[in-house]
Design a protein around this ligand. Structure first.
Ligand code: HEC
Length: 139
């Protein structure tokens, strides 16, 4: 590799790192933490039985494979990497407010827990939030 090619490569790498660091992705420490941006969001969808049922429907199609049928984190794909949280306990790693859970689903947090913004509209994500919040009560 010539000197100029190598320095171009380093420049590209450095730019990639800088762009990554400056992106809108929020920081996610390993321990439970809060997201002010999510805390400021108000859930516009009341948790009616219809909303919860719609959330359940989406969950079965898109989330159950990892998060498990009852939200215990025991889905078949749970070995894909990363710890799958238990939705039936009272720990929400990224914050317990509806808006915080909403942003986790919309923006994603890891390679496993991907952003769903392209696959679900906001209203569908709120239905999912309403459904997830019922799981702790079903224990
Ligand atoms: C490929 C596996 C996979 C799929 C599919 C998946 N998740 Fe996740 N999910 C994860 C993992 C792993 C984490 C833990 C991420 C972290 O915080 O490190 C997670 C975390 C979460 C959290 C954060 C919980 C907390 O304690 O704060 C929520 C909420 C969530 N997922 C909802 C969903 C929803 C809703 C869907 C479907 C639309 C979904 N997930 C699909 C793997 C998955």
């Amino acid at each position: 590799m010539t000197r100029s090619v190598r320095s171009k490569w380093f420049a590209a790498l450095a730019t990639g790192v800088l762009v990554g660091a400056a992106s809108a992705q929020p920081l996610h420490p390993m321990e439970p933490h809060r997201h002010a941006e999510g805390q400021a969001l108000k859930n516009p969808v009341p948790p009616t039985p219809d909303s919860v049922a719609t959330g359940r429907q989406r969950y079965v199609f898109m989330c159950r494979e990892c998060h498990g049928n009852t939200g215990l984190g025991d889905g078949d794909m749970a070995h894909a990497g990363g710890d799958i949280p238990d939705f039936t306990d009272d720990v929400w790693l990224h914050g317990p407010d509806d808006g915080e859970i909403f942003l986790v689903i919309k923006e994603g947090v890891t390679a496993d827990m991907q952003p769903y913004a392209d696959r679900l509209d906001d209203e569908e994500i709120w239905h999912l939030v309403n459904y997830l919040k019922t799981l702790a009560d079903r224990r």
